[in-house]
Design a binder for this molecule. Structure first.
Ligand SMILES: Nc1ncnc2c1ncn2[C@@H]1O[C@H](COP(=O)(O)OP(=O)(O)O)[C@@H](O)[C@H]1O
Ligand SMILES: [Mg+2]
Length: 272
């Protein structure tokens, strides 16, 4: 599949299709741990995101020889436990898209949830572009599922309370929904999340993915995340102020006379 984790589309023994992200992938195992935690949190916020599963890759799995990382060399993928992001629809029957044309945004059934994802990314210090996948579930309506959450928590758990991170790079669809309103709703939902939700995923994550010191580092990060939860409104207000200043600046730039316009005016006077 596209992307830096070098994932593969695989079929599980349950017959379902998964995008498999493998242990020891080029982005590191912390990204897999992040995926598990974020999946639980987004689900608790009632945001559409694919179900995750822990996949067991055996030595005799069909097509085993085709699974490898392409780094400088061909690096084999070890047998054991890996992460599967379940395709929300059967990809043999229904097309799954990484992007929707603008003309179809109005047909997104869960458009109002996108701001919740925006607020989540601010809270969780997502340092990568926010990605969604899109598919038509029934009728002419599309659904957006939030994917690719490995780079949350400053990627390497370098969260600091109250720090403002570069907000997720502007995704065109955000300009289409009522972002302020749904992000505000997201902020309140995040604030109301019980602490237990933050720690719930921890127990389900395979121990093989943890390196030395990761347990302590993860706990420290989750505690910081909990502190940031209380300050989210403040963070959000700062972001809103910054956005407003940016809008004012670009409006001012637009109303300033353009050089080419001044030149043609002068040209018109000369012609008289
Ligand atoms: N659950 C899923 N169902 C269908 N396609 C998916 C799913 N998860 C990811 N993809 C596809 O796989 C690609 C790679 O996944 P992504 O999570 O973006 O990994 P990376 O970290 O490598 O960018 C995505 O761009 C998307 O096309
Ligand atoms: Mg990606």
């Amino acid at each position: 599949m596209r992307g830096r984790s070098q994932s593969f589309l695989v079929r599980g023994s349950d017959g379902a299709c998964y995008v498999a992200k493998f242990a020891n992938n080029p982005l590191g195992n912390r990204t897999l741990i992040n995926e598990c935690i974020v999946s639980d949190l987004l689900t608790a916020l009632r945001v559409a995101t694919p179900d995750l599963a822990i996949l067991h890759l055996g030595d005799c799995c069909q097509g085993r020889e085709e699974l490898y990382f392409s780094t400088n060399t061909r690096e084999s993928i070890v047998s054991g436990l890996h992460l599967g992001s379940k395709c929300p629809v059967n990809p043999d029957a229904v097309a799954i898209f990484d992007f929707l044309p603008r003309a179809l945004y109005s047909r997104l059934g869960n458009l109002a949830d996108l701001g919740v994802v925006f607020a989540f990314d601010e809270w969780a210090a997502h340092v990568d572009n926010r990605q969604f996948i899109f598919a038509r579930l029934k009728g002419s309506c599309f659904t957006a599922w939030a994917i690719d959450n490995g780079m949350c928590f400053g990627k390497d758990w370098t969260l600091t309370p109250n720090a403002l991170y570069a907000s997720p790079r502007c995704f065109d669809i955000y300009s289409y929904c009522d972002l302020e309103e749904s992000a505000r709703r997201g902020t309140h939902l995040i604030e109301a999340l019980p602490a237990a939700e933050l720690y719930a995923a921890h127990r389900k994550i395979p121990r093989d993915w943890f390196g030395a010191g990761d347990d302590i580092a993860l706990n420290t990060m989750l505690e910081t995340l909990r502190k940031r939860q209380q300050d989210l409104v403040a963070i959000h207000e700062q972001v809103a102020v910054a956005r407003e200043l940016r809008n004012l600046a670009s409006r001012a730039a637009r109303s300033r006379p353009q050089r080419s316009l001044a030149f043609s005016d002068a040209g018109a006077r000369r012609e008289k």
